[in-house]
Ligand binder design. Structure first.
Ligand code: PMP
Length: 427
C-alpha cells in the first residue's frame, strides 16, 4: 500500500491559509487544529468514509469526535430530519418530540426517570451540577483528575497529568474553588476527602477521554456507597459512553446506577443535543422550577428528531454493539501485534468501540501512568495514519460506528501496518 505524499493536501493547505485570515486558529474547536500533516478539510462523507477537498478518501475514526454512532449518513436519521424540516423549524417551541425522547431515554438508561435537554455536553454538566447543589443545599464538588467534563471555568481543570489547575489561558482560577480533586480509580482517596459538605461527585464511569481505561474492580460500587453514605449526588458523565457502549451506557454495563447521568454525543447521531437525566427525587428542583434551565436551542425539533430516530434504531438493532466491539478489538489486537513485531514503543487501549493509541509506552494499564505517554509524538503517529487513508483523532482516539464494514476493518488493518512502517522510518 503506498502512502499519500505532501502534494496530496494542497486543497486543505490552501484552505488553512484562507480561513486563518478571519477564522481564529482556522478551526472552530482547538483540538482540530492539531491534525498533521494539516487539518483535513472534509468536503463530503458517506457511511464510514470521509473525502477531503483534495479528493482523498479516508476510513473515518473521528466519527464526529464520538456522536456518529450510525455513521455519516444514516438513512433513518436523515429521513426523520427531512420530515421535521418539512414541518418548519419550530425552534424554541414546545413540541411532541421532547416528551417522546425523554420516554425513550427512560426506557433505556437505568437512572433515567426525569430528563431535560440542552445542546452540548458542557452545558449539560453545568445543569447537572446546579441540580445537585439545589437538591443538597451544598456547594462542594469532587472531580477526578484526567476526567473531562466540558470547557467551563469551574470544571475545566486537572485534565492533563501534572497540572491540577485550569486547562486554558483566561480561565477564572476562583471558579473552581469549590472543586476537590481525587485520583480516578482510588476509592480510598475519595473516602478520605468526602464529607457531608459535598453536593456531588462527578465522574466518567469509564475513562474514555483519558485513554480508554476501565474502572478498577469495585471502584464504581465504592463510589456509589460513599456518596450514599454522605448524601452526595453521584453524577456519571456519560457524554461519550451513553449509547456508545450500550443502550444503557456504562452504568448498565457495570451495574452501578448513579443519581444523575449526563448524555450527549451518540444520543443525537451527529446533531447537537445533550441531556441531563436522573431519578425523580434528585431531579425535583428542576421539576418544580426552582432550578432555572434556560436555552434558546434546548430541545430543538431537528436535534430531538435525530435523537429519536437514533435511539429507536439502536433499540431495534442492539446487535450493533457486539459487532462494533469485535471490530474495534480486531483493530486493537492488530495494532499491538504490529507494534511489537516492529519493536515500537506504541500500544492501543480499548473500551468497547473506542480505541486509544499511545506513543512512548509499550503498555499503559492505569490512568496514573498517563504521564508516560508522549503527547507530541502521537501526532506523528496519527499523521502516518492519515497518510495511509485513516482518519483518527489527532490525539490517537478512534471511534467505530455501525457503518464500519468488515471490509473497512480489513483495509484499516493493512493501512495500520503501512502507517507503522512509515512512522518507524521517520524515527
Ligand atoms: N463530558 C465528556 C465525558 C466529554 O467527552 C465531553 C466532550 N468530549 C464533554 C463532557 C463536553 O461535551 P461537548 O463537547 O458537547 O460540550
Amino acid at each position: 500500500m503506498s502512502s499519500l505524499s505532501a502534494s496530496a493536501f494542497t486543497g486543505s493547505l490552501d484552505y488553512r491559509d484562507y480561513a486563518s485570515k478571519h477564522l481564529a486558529n482556522g478551526v472552530s474547536s482547538t483540538p482540530r487544529a492539531s491534525q498533521l500533516p494539516v487539518p483535513l478539510v472534509i468536503a463530503s462523507a458517506r457511511d464510514a468514509i470521509v473525502t477531503d477537498v483534495d479528493g482523498n478518501d479516508y476510513i473515518d475514526y473521528t466519527m464526529g469526535y464520538g456522536p456518529l454512532i450510525l455513521g455519516h449518513s444514516p438513512a433513518p436519521v436523515i429521513e426523520r430530519l427531512k420530515a421535521e424540516i418539512d414541518k418548519g423549524f419550530r425552534t424554541a417551541s414546545v413540541h411532541s418530540g421532547e416528551g417522546r425522547l425523554a420516554e425513550l431515554i427512560a426506557q433505556t438508561v437505568p437512572c433515567a426517570e426525569m430528563t431535560s435537554f440542552v445542546s452540548s455536553g458542557t452545558e449539560a454538566v453545568q445543569l447537572a451540577l446546579r441540580i445537585a447543589r439545589a437538591r443538597t443545599g451544598r456547594t462542594r464538588i469532587v472531580k477526578f483528575r484526567a476526567n473531562y467534563h466540558g470547557w467551563f471555568d469551574n470544571i475545566h481543570i486537572a485534565n492533563n497529568p501534572g497540572n491540577d489547575g485550569p486547562s486554558s489561558a483566561g480561565q477564572d482560577p476562583q471558579a473552581s474553588g469549590n472543586v476537590t480533586l481525587v485520583d480516578w480509580g482510588n476509592a480510598v482517596a475519595l473516602e478520605e476527602v468526602l464529607s457531608d459538605e459535598f453536593a456531588a461527585v462527578i465522574m466518567e464511569a469509564t475513562a474514555i477521554n483519558a485513554g480508554c481505561f476501565a474502572p478498577p474492580a469495585g471502584f464504581l460500587q465504592a463510589v456509589r456507597d460513599l456518596t450514599r453514605r454522605h448524601g452526595v449526588v453521584l453524577i456519571f458523565d456519560e457524554v461519550i459512553s451513553g449509547f456508545r457502549l450500550d443502550l444503557g451506557g456504562a452504568q448498565a454495563i457495570h451495574g452501578v446506577t448513579p443519581d444523575i447521568a449526563v448524555l450527549g454525543k451518540a444520543l443525537g447521531a451527529g446533531l447537537p443535543i445533550s441531556a441531563v437525566t436522573g431519578n425523580r427525587d434528585v431531579m425535583a428542583p428542576l421539576v418544580d422550577g426552582r432550578v432555572l434551565h434556560r436555552g434558546t436551542f434546548n430541545g430543538n425539533p431537528l436535534s430531538v428528531g435525530a435523537a429519536i430516530a437514533c435511539v429507536e434504531y439502536l433499540q431495534a438493532h442492539a446487535d450493533i454493539y457486539p459487532r462494533m466491539n469485535a471490530q474495534a478489538e480486531a483493530i486493537q489486537t492488530h495494532f499491538n501485534a504490529e507494534a511489537q513485531a516492529l519493536d515500537l514503543a506504541l500500544c492501543a487501549n480499548r473500551i468497547g468501540s473506542a480505541i486509544q493509541l499511545f506513543s512512548g509506552v509499550r503498555r499503559l494499564d492505569t490512568i496514573g501512568d498517563l504521564d508516560k505517554a508522549d503527547k507530541k509524538d502521537i501526532l506523528k503517529l496519527t499523521e502516518a495514519c492519515v497518510l495511509n487513508g485513516l482518519n483518527p483523532l489527532p490525539r490517537g482516539l478512534m471511534y467505530l460506528s455501525a457503518a464500519h464494514t468488515d471490509a473497512d476493518i480489513a483495509t484499516t488493518k493493512a493501512a495500520l501496518s503501512s502507517a507503522l512502517r512509515l512512522y518507524k522510518a521517520s524515527k
